[in-house]
Design a protein around this ligand. Structure first.
Ligand code: ADP
Ligand code: MG
Length: 277
């Protein structure tokens, strides 16, 4: 997300106070959102009545049992699928399809195995017709940010899972997204790599100012990373469409002790919500 600078020249010539410019491009507004699949066995309501507003720069985690519609919501926001009711807006505009300002990271990295790390990161930029030299510079910069400069010419198959996920994140960040959509991005990583990636993500997010929607099965991860935790419930096997059961503000500071009493209380509360809903 690029910083917004007020037009120069105007403020200096008047005495009027200049209002701070707020970058709204990362604001998410979901109102009465529903997704109905028409299947051979009849309609399936994957999600219904989802109302959610996410402020620019906010980090929101989404938890809930399998099938409650977490991925469906992310795919709709990514523009991969169309909702069938309600309104979906990012940065004040309706979502009509995929766009680089909405970056998507899934569990299975989605890298091209026949391209090097650098080529993978440049791929999206080239598709956006970013000039070759600028794409090279931007890709190198992002590869450095995720600590993989030494591996820029390697192929994904030569890297560990954690490194591949960093490449996927570098590729998305290269597009300067206002909104990062992450669907269980660390689910396939071992515990140690996962912790490292969580720290990285916190730092990257603070630097980029992007809004993040982050689906996870780990309540600890949700409480560790986010400003609010959305608890979803329902789903086809529960006889009700997926929906938001509760939104829990985390209200912990920047430095979070996963063994602290406040942290553990929140974890327990959210776990209870996930299990009872
Ligand atoms: P989650 O990510 O929370 O596990 P999903 O968003 O993947 O849940 O799925 C939500 C519900 O929508 C599930 O009940 C699933 O079976 C249903 N669903 C997802 N995709 C389709 C599809 N293409 N056709 C029919 N039903 C689907
Ligand atoms: Mg899912």
């Amino acid at each position: 997300m690029s910083a917004v600078t007020p037009a120069s020249g105007t403020a200096a010539t008047t005495d009027r106070a200049v209002a701070p410019v707020v970058d709204e491009s990362g604001r998410v507004v979901l109102a009465a959102v529903g997704k109905r699949y028409e299947t051979r066995r009849g309609p399936v309501d994957a999600v219904a009545d989802v109302d959610l507003e996410v402020a620019p720069g906010e980090f929101v985690a989404i938890v809930g049992a399998s099938g409650c519609g977490k991925s469906t919501l992310l795919r709709i926001l990514a523009g991969f699928e169309r909702h069938t009711s309600g309104t979906v807006e990012v940065g004040g505009a309706p979502v009509r399809g995929p766009a680089p300002e909405r970056g998507v990271v899934f569990q299975d990295y989605g890298l091209f195995p026949w391209l090097t790390v650098a080529e993978n990161v440049r791929f999206g930029l080239r598709q956006q017709r970013v000039p070759r030299s600028r794409a090279r510079r931007r890709a190198a910069e992002m590869i450095e940010v995720v600590g993989l400069s030494r591996f820029a010419d390697r192929f994904p198959g030569e890297l560990s899972g954690g490194m591949q996920q960093r490449v996927a994140i570098a590729r998305v960040l290269a597009g300067d997204p206002a909104l990062l959509l992450m669907d269980e991005p660390f689910g396939a990583l071992d515990a140690l790599t996962r912790t490292t990636m969580q720290h990285e993500l916190k730092r990257l997010r603070a630097e980029s100012g992007a809004t993040v929607l982050f689906v996870t099965h780990s309540i600890e991860e949700a409480v560790y990373l986010s400003d609010r935790v959305v608890v979803m419930a329902g789903g086809a096997s529960h006889g009700a469409p997926g929906h938001i059961a509760e939104i829990v503000p985390v209200g912990l500071g920047d430095v979070r002790d996963v063994n602290g009493p406040e942290f553990n209380d929140l974890e327990r509360r959210i776990a209870a919500l996930v299990h009872e809903s």
